[in-house]
Design a protein around this ligand. Structure first.
Ligand SMILES: Cc1cc2nc3c(=O)[nH]c(=O)nc-3n(C[C@H](O)[C@H](O)[C@H](O)COP(=O)(O)OP(=O)(O)OC[C@H]3O[C@@H](n4cnc5c(N)ncnc54)[C@H](O)[C@@H]3O)c2cc1C
Length: 308
C-alpha cells in the first residue's frame, strides 16, 4: 500500500527543499521470501526533491511532490513560451512532448529510490547507466543472513522459445521441493562459511566472495523521470526477468503519484504503444486504404495513423 506523505519547509538557502517522501508497506513480492524475518518492515522508499538556490526562488519554484507534472510543463514552456495554462492543456503539452521524443523536460523530475534486492536483480538493474547510486559495501559491513528464495510457482523449466527465459509449464511438486531444498541448503552452507571466516577475523572483503547471487544487497538509486521511463519500459516488459519486473511494478505507483499526467502519457505513447516495422506499417496502410471506401472506420483509422 502506498503511503505518500508530504513535508515541505523553507530551509537554509544552500540546502535542498525536500518535497516528498513515501514508503511502501507491501514490497515487491519477492522480498518476504527471504529466510530472515526482518522483512516485515518497509524496505523501499522513494523521494522526489527540488534543488533550489534560495528561499525566495524556492517558494517561487516549489512544486509539491504530487504536482511534478507542473515542473515538466514549466521546463517545456522555456522552449515553447507561455500560453498553455489549464490542466487539459498541460496534459496535451505533456502528451506532445512524449509523442515527439522531446524528453528533456521529463529530466527535470528527479526520484530517489531506496531499494533492497537480491544481487542477481541488482546486476540487471545497474545496467541502467543513467542513474546515480550508492550501494551497501560488503567490504565495510557484515552482510545479513538474507537470501532470495523463489516462490514455488516460479520454479519453472528453461523456456524452449527464449534462450533467456523460463517456460510457463508447471513442474511436478517434488521437483519444485527439491530445487527449494537445494537452494536453501547451499545458502545456509555458504553463509555458515562466511560467518566462520568473520569469526576467524578474515577480512570482510574476502569472507564474502563465495556468497551467492541470491544474497540481498541494497542501495539508494537516483534517476530522472525520462530515464526512469526507459527503465520501466524495459523492465515492465514480459521479456524482463520476473524478479526485476516485481521491482519495476512496485515503482509504478510512485511515478503515478508524483507525475500522473506524465505517467498517462507514458502509458499511451510508450508503454503500450508499439513501433511497427516498415513493411508491416506499409501493409497495414494498404489494407486500410483498400477498405476505406467501404468502411468508414477504416477511413477514420487511416486518418489517425496519418496524423501520428
Ligand atoms: C530483457 C533484457 C535482456 C537483457 N540481456 C542482456 C544481456 O544478455 N547482456 C547484457 O550485457 N545486457 C543485457 N541487457 C541490458 C541492456 O543491454 C541494457 O544495457 C540495459 O537494459 C540498459 O538499457 P539502456 O542502455 O537503455 O539504459 P541506460 O544505460 O540508462 O541508458 C539510457 C540511454 O542512454 C544511452 N547511454 C547511456 N550511457 C551511455 C554512454 N556511455 N554512451 C552513449 N550512450 C549512453 C543509452 O544508449 C540509452 O539510449 C538486457 C536488458 C533487458 C531489458
Amino acid at each position: 500500500m502506498l503511503m505518500p506523505s508530504e513535508r515541505a519547509s523553507c530551509v537554509p538557502c544552500d540546502r535542498r527543499v525536500f518535497a516528498f517522501e513515501a514508503a511502501v508497506s507491501c514490497l515487491p513480492r519477492i522480498c518476504p521470501k527471504t529466510r530472515s524475518a526482518r522483512f516485515t518492515q518497509p524496505q523501499y522508499s522513494i523521494a522526489s526533491s527540488a534543488l533550489t538556490q534560495g528561499c525566495k526562488r524556492a517558494r517561487a519554484n516549489y512544486w509539491p511532490a504530487s504536482r511534478q507534472d507542473e515542473r515538466i510543463v514549466a521546463a517545456a514552456r522555456v522552449s515553447y513560451g507561455k500560453g498553455t495554462k489549464s490542466v487539459r492543456e498541460d496534459a496535451g503539452l505533456i502528451a506532445y512532448l512524449m509523442r515527439h521524443g522531446h524528453t528533456s523536460p521529463f529530466e527535470q523530475v528527479i526520484l530517489t529510490i531506496h531499494a533492497k534486492m537480491p544481487i542477481f536483480v541488482a546486476r540487471q538493474w545497474v545496467r541502467h547507466r543513467t542513474a546515480r547510486l550508492n550501494e551497501v559495501s560488503g567490504r565495510y559491513s557484515i552482510l545479513a543472513d538474507e537470501f532470495y528464495l523463489p516462490e514455488r510457482t516460479q520454479i519453472k523449466p528453461q523456456s524452449k522459445r527464449s534462450k533467456q527465459g523460463r517456460a510457463i509449464t508447471e513442474l511436478p511438486k517434488e521437483t519444485q521441493d527439491r530445487v527449494l531444498a537445494l537452494l536453501q541448503r547451499d545458502q545456509q552452507t555458504v553463509y555458515d562459511s562466511y560467518q566462520e571466516f568473520l569469526t576467524a577475523d578474515i577480512a570482510r572483503e574476502l569472507a564474502r566472495i563465495n556468497l551467492p547471487l541470491s544474497t540481498y544487497t541494497q542501495w539508494y538509486w537516483q534517476i530522472d523521470l525520462h530515464n526512469l521511463f526507459n527503465f520501466l519500459l524495459l523492465r515492465l516488459d514480459s521479456h524482463a526477468q520476473y524478479e526485476i519486473r516485481q521491482y519495476a511494478e512496485a515503482i509504478v505507483p510512485f511515478v503515478r503519484a508524483v507525475a500522473p499526467i506524465a505517467w498517462s502519457a507514458f502509458e499511451e505513447h510508450a508503454l503500450y504503444a508499439k513501433k511497427l516495422p516498415k513493411t508491416l506499417n506499409e501493409r497495414l496502410r494498404r489494407f486500410l486504404e483498400e477498405s476505406a471506401p467501404a468502411q468508414s472506420e477504416a477511413s477514420g483509422l487511416l486518418d489517425e495513423l496519418n496524423r501520428l
